[in-house]
Design a protein around this ligand. Structure first.
Ligand code: DGJ
Length: 737
């Protein structure tokens, strides 16, 4: 059997000498694999033992030899900290990217470079696959790097397969194992609570491992998201410095591990959380991990976000470059308390406002166990005959008469114990048969690993569309975590229970795949009691997501600000509701930074509030293209200032919309500093006009004033925010020189 020598010797110490004497060199030929985006390079190279390592990560260079940067000391343990996919049970004593037990019970794995190939998917997208193999056991891992050049974005995943005499057991199966060197690293992660989603937390990484994970199963991001910003050498800033901004695109349990090792290198391993998830892989199967998606920028988080937005719109979010429907939702207007008449009355409000669609929320179904509160009915997807005697079809038609489309809420993965579904199909429910049930919002989760449950869930949506072909929108909610993880289906089929968390998510994807094959275009909102689900794997099937139930516009500015690091505004739904004490103007202005919706009783609005809303919606229709498809610039950070300011610029820089808000109710005077704009054409002239003025108020901005893009970006302008003028929206239009 071959033995290995670790050629990089940190010193002429005793242990290094020991390796020299006992292990002969293999001296495999060096293979270098550049993974290039337009501006950055991840360089991989084999060593003499044929182990593929990360040898450089950073700006691309024009020509010349590979820098020596990562020829770091291999350490007294003889370890190779920069292996591209660290195995376990052999030479590595570091945290592994992959850990397994072979069919014969042996737990060792080595991965040697075998081959690689690169193909251009199109002029912007390049896919590299690298095959690694264990020289002793027939186990093969292919690492994929899909590069979106212009967006400086890499999507990385792995495929694991084998040809052993029986199943192998995967204890860990990461998506990516990255390695960086820098004097210091700062990491920002995002933490959730219901109604307080996307709270950022930045810290300097010190020695040891920081782990961010979820074990919640469904609604997996209820507490923590799989998003991260990694900043090199300094805390992340908007316009300067090297950052990597990304997400593990997986809708279930995830694990992100950031380890500063003893040499001060950073190892970053991301993947499905191995927690309770040992996976048995048969010889004819391939295990494909989810993707780690990250974009690189040398100019701070602003550019990184714009990279991510460009990529998401073009390649990931369903219909990301298309249009969206403005809407009126009835959740906060009625909660469960409505009937046909009340709803059709609300349709008039939707028409009056000028929105595109009416969205009927929770509470429309269940007969034996009517869904009149959140304790009953989930799972019984027949319209409640008392509330809706003429069914959904009647509502669709009545809405149409008012000139608005009709959409509907479902929560198809869930069940209340008080439901016919639970009574008839208890074996479809995730629960421990011998133990007391645990509820989250009085409900349980259906076993999506079961193909019958997948058919049932598909059938809910398919049935709605078959009966109502004009149904124009679906809100897909998911309000519970998984307690008592146990699958009757896996048990019956002799499959390990430890497959449940993974197969749940894969089952969900299968259903969505089928739905999108049949209904490719219908817009669908991803919701999970707010931001409990917002990942780029699910967003392939959804046009948008609901970031939080908290619609207090002040808090919402922060939630939207943080979501904007990762998601383009076209994918983020914001509604105007009764939450918060700010004016209707403030609420509408905030909700306009995304996909605008309302969740109010239009008939209860004052005359001026209604007039304002109608004008603001009409304005929104005139500038929404810039918000949905333009470039976002975060100008003034509300965490550091009394104000928040963000702007969107269209592609040819001829139009821009600037949103400014007072975020500190105690601030007396905010007009001492001009707000410097960004992303404009320095050589162009722009007229600046305040829009969304409340009836009876005048703008403090001089009408028709013209400024150069250069002066707006260098000197800036003062939107004149104060306690009586807390929200100001400015429209910039290019004028001829
Ligand atoms: C949670 C969602 O976030 C709300 O918008 C609403 O749809 C409720 N579920 C309905 O139960």
């Amino acid at each position: 059997m071959k033995k290995y020598h670790f050629y990089s010797i940190p010193s002429t110490g005793f242990l290094a000498l020991f390796f020299m004497i006992t292990a002969p060199r293999v001296n495999a030929q060096t293979v270098t694999i550049p993974i290039n985006t337009d501006s950055y390079t991840l360089l991989l190279q084999t060593d003499r033992n044929n182990i593929l390592k990360t040898v450089y990560f950073g700006e691309s260079w024009s020509a010349g030899a590979v820098p020596d940067r990562y020829r770091v000391g291999n350490g007294v343990s003889g370890d190779v900290p920069n292996a591209v996919y660290t195995p376990s049970g052999t030479w590595s004593l570091s945290e592994p990217a992959i850990q397994l037990t072979h069919a014969d019970g042996n737990m060792s794995l080595e991965l040697e470079y075998i081959s690689h190939s690169t193909k251009d998917v199109d002029s912007n997208v390049r896919l590299t696959g690298i095959v690694l193999k264990d020289p002793v056991y027939p186990v093969e891992v292919t690492l994929y790097y899909k590069v979106y050049m212009k967006e400086n974005l890499i999507e990385q995943w792995a495929e694991i397969k084998h040809n052993e005499q029986g199943d192998i057991k995967l204890q860990k199966y990461s998506s990516a194992d990255l390695f960086f060197t820098e004097s210091d690293f700062y990491l920002t992660t995002f933490h959730n609570q219901w109604a307080n989603e996307m709270q950022p937390n930045e810290s300097r990484l010190t020695r040891g491992t920081k782990v961010f994970d979820s074990k919640l199963g469904a609604r997996a991001m209820l507490l923590q998201t799989p998003d991260f910003i990694l900043s090199f050498g300094r805390p992340a800033s908007e316009n300067e410095g090297m950052v990597i901004l990304g997400q593990l695109a997986w809708s279930g349990n995830f694990k992100l591990e950031f380890e500063i090792d003893t040499y001060h290198n950073l190892r970053f391993i991301a993947g499905i959380n191995p927690y309770a998830s040992e996976y048995s892989l048969a010889p004819d199967q391939t295990f494909t991990t989810p993707s780690l998606i990250y974009t690189i920028s040398g100019n701070g988080t602003g550019e990184a976000s714009r990279n991510m937005h460009d990529w998401a719109r073009k390649y990931r979010v369903l219909d990301g470059e298309g249009e969206r429907l403005t809407l009126l939702n009835n959740w906060e207007a009625t909660y469960f308390d409505f009937d046909e008449n009340k709803l059709t009355g609300l349709f008039k409000g939707a028409r009056e406002l000028g929105v595109d669609l009416f969205l009927l929320d929770d509470g429309w179904f269940g007969n034996k166990y009517p869904r009149n509160n959140d304790r009953a009915g989930l799972g019984d997807w027949q319209p409640n005959v008392k509330k809706l005697p003429d069914g959904v079809a009647y509502l669709v038609q009545e809405a149409k008469k008012e000139g608005v489309k009709f959409g509907i809420w479902i929560e198809p993965e869930m069940v209340n114990p008080r439901s016919e579904l639970y009574e008839n199909h208890i074996d479809w429910v995730i629960r421990q048969p011998e133990r007391p049930e645990f509820y989250f919002r009085n409900q349980l989760v259906l076993d999506m690993s079961n193909p019958e449950v997948q058919d049932f869930v598909f059938g809910i949506v398919d049935g709605l569309f078959t009966e109502n072909p004009e149904l124009a929108f679906i809100k897909w909610d998911c309000n519970s975590v998984i307690y008592n993880a146990y699958s009757e289906y896996l048990k019956k089929n002799g499959l390990p229970q430890s497959h449940l968390y993974v197969e749940y998510v894969k089952g969900l994807y299968k259903v969505l795949e089928r739905l999108r094959a049949k209904y490719p275009e219908v817009p669908m909102m991803l919701c999970s009691g707010g931001g409990g689900r917002a990942d780029y794997e699910l967003l392939q099937y959804f046009t948008e997501f609901w970031p939080s139930d908290n619609t207090d516009p002040l808090r919402r500015i922060f939630i939207q600000w943080n979501n904007s690091y990762f998601f383009p505004s076209i994918a983020v739904d914001n509604h105007v509701t009764n939450w918060g004490r700010q004016s209707i103007k403030y609420k509408v202005d905030v909700a306009s930074m995304g996909k605008l919706g309302f969740d109010i009783r239009v008939d209860e609005l004052s005359e001026n509030d209604l007039l304002f809303c109608k004008e603001a919606i009409s304005n929104y229709h005139s500038f929404k293209d810039i918000v949905w498809h333009g470039d976002l610039y975060r100008l003034v950070n509300p965490y550091e200032n009394d104000i928040a300011a963000l702007m969107y610029v269209n592609e040819d820089k001829s139009k821009a919309i600037v949103f400014n808000y007072l975020v500190n109710n105690l601030a007396m005077n905010t007009n001492t500093t001009n707000i410097k704009l960004n992303g404009l054409d320095a050589g162009k002239q722009y007229s600046v006009k305040e829009i969304n003025l409340y009836p009876g108020t005048n703008s403090r901005m001089s009408a028709g004033q013209i400024y150069s893009g250069d002066s707006l970006m260098k000197i800036g302008l003062d939107p004149g925010l104060n306690q009586r003028r807390q929200s100001v929206v400015l429209e910039l239009t290019e004028v001829d020189n």
